[in-house]
Design a protein around this ligand. Structure first.
Ligand SMILES: [Fe+2]
Ligand SMILES: [Fe+2]
Length: 167
């Protein structure tokens, strides 16, 4: 697991403070995804949907709307852990400290490859499958460095100003 403690803290607040996508946001996601992937997207917890949507906005702002499916689907394997906010934090910390933990922790900390398998079964594009598989690790050969950097930025987008100022 290569993510920094800052990323972990940021994700904690993402999970704890997320609000569901509103109908307009859901409709926008439906435009970015094929129906077979949209169905999977909707199975994700609120926090993962919000995290993915915020990431998609980052790539759209960078002029790379083509990357939306990869961003929106990268954490789809996470839902299998069944962990809540604190469980996720403990699982991530356990991995960071090299502690194995129980099955839920293992699923959480292996959510990339787990999600990638699901996406592959649904014939998702190679980029979607590869980013889901490798997003917590090293860049695979199949993704060019510029695209990889943007995808990682989308996975750790800056916090909205309203959240930072407490509004
Ligand atoms: Fe992830
Ligand atoms: Fe993520």
């Amino acid at each position: 697991m290569s993510r920094s403690p800052i990323h972990l803290v940021s994700r904690f607040f993402d999970v704890a403070l997320s609000r569901p996508l509103d109908p307009t946001e859901r409709a926008t996601v439906a435009l970015w995804l094929e129906p077979k992937l949209f169905e999977l997207f909707r199975q994700q917890p609120v926090a993962d949907q919000r995290h993915a949507y915020r990431g998609a906005q980052v790539v759209v702002e960078a002029g790379r709307e083509d990357l939306c499916p990869a961003v929106l689907m990268h954490d789809v394997g996470k839902r299998h852990s069944g962990l809540g906010v604190f469980g996720r934090v403990f699982a991530t910390l356990a991995a960071y400290l090299g502690i194995s933990g129980g099955n839920s922790f293992r699923v959480h900390n292996n959510h990339g490859p787990i999600g990638a398998k699901e996406l592959e079964k649904r014939n998702a594009d190679e980029l979607v499958v590869e980013f889901a598989h490798f997003h917590a690790g090293e860049r695979p050969e199949s993704i060019d460095p510029e695209t990889w950097d943007l995808l990682l930025m989308a996975d750790s987008p800056p916090k909205p100003r309203a959240l930072l100022s407490g509004r």
